[in-house]
Design a protein around this ligand. Sequence first.
Ligand SMILES: NC(=O)c1ccc[n+]([C@@H]2O[C@H](COP(=O)([O-])OP(=O)(O)OC[C@H]3O[C@@H](n4cnc5c(N)ncnc54)[C@H](OP(=O)(O)O)[C@@H]3O)[C@@H](O)[C@H]2O)c1
Length: 331
Amino acid sequence: MYEPVANRYEAMTYHRSGRSGLRLPAVSLGLWHNFGGVDSFENAQKIVHRAFDRGITHFDLANNYGPPPGSAEESFGQMLSRDLGTYRDELVISTKAGYRMGPGPYGEGGSRKYLLASLDQSLRRMGLDYVDIFYSHCPDPDTPLEETMGALATAIRQGKAIYAGLSNYSPEQTRKACRILRDLGSPCVIHQPKYSMFERSMESELLETLKEEGLGCIPFSPLAQGMLTDRYLQGVPEDSRAAKPHGFLQREALSDQRLAQIRQLDELARSREQSLAQMALAWVLRDQRITSLLVGASSVEQLEQSLGCLKGREFTEGELAEIDKVLENPR
Ligand SMILES: NC(=O)c1ccc[n+]([C@@H]2O[C@H](COP(=O)([O-])OP(=O)(O)OC[C@H]3O[C@@H](n4cnc5c(N)ncnc54)[C@H](OP(=O)(O)O)[C@@H]3O)[C@@H](O)[C@H]2O)c1
């Protein structure tokens, strides 16, 4: 029987999500890869337990996480029913709907029909009465935004979700969605965009929009799916994401130019006495507007190493300029 360590809240910092009262750990755990039905349940459970022991209170899921789709929620549900559920009031569990989950016209998108049925399915898979955050996973240009946001507000009114969230929405879509949710009395508390040293598009407008709207920001794939680590410095390991057939991280992404950047960033990280993963995560957390980040892990060791980012979060102007230089113009 798992018993969490008593001092689990001591080393983590918690930040308020935008103007809401919800506080999230600086590092949160995402269950997109390595927690599905094809993965080792024991390994997945070890990672989740260690995360909770280290003060990670927030676990991020979606209806389609697996593979197969839905199985990450089932695995997490098993962990909750075995022992973790004892700590339900100390956990912030999120799920999402938007991308394709099932066959037919109600298996994807932003319709009220799909979102509310999907949330019910997620709750059943996890054995929960409610999730803490229910996200619209992506905008749906074919559904009125009022309908999609209305579904999030309904989920909150029904007590099936506590907070509403948006993911992959543009600044303009975010502003409109926030206005609708405010009018419905269910303010949006958080936005989940892609952000890392290799993917900086949210810096131009989205980050400031979130601040103005009072939303928290929780970037996903802060390690660029593993590229911003030492994982690919000596080739593509058999058990790595880039070697898997699903194609979310393709081998071609590891171009000569990319690998040159990774090597130079690795050197820079060493000069800061950090691993590349630690520096890449600390870099994401350097901005006060970031509430938390969603890291992934395939082992307890990776998670432990990543959490080391909490110790070296300061950057000098010179280091930031050096990173920009590597990203713009690798040697
Ligand atoms: N809203 C959305 O549309 C969306 C999209 C994508 C992700 N997300 C969320 O964001 C979460 C994180 O995404 P992600 O998994 O792509 O994040 P990531 O942190 O960029 O990548 C995680 C991968 O990096 C490798 N890794 C992690 N720590 C490492 C370390 N210390 N040393 C070496 N390698 C390390 C592992 O790869 P290996 O598996 O190869 O070992 C791990 O699976 C997801 O689980 C999900 O919750 C949301």
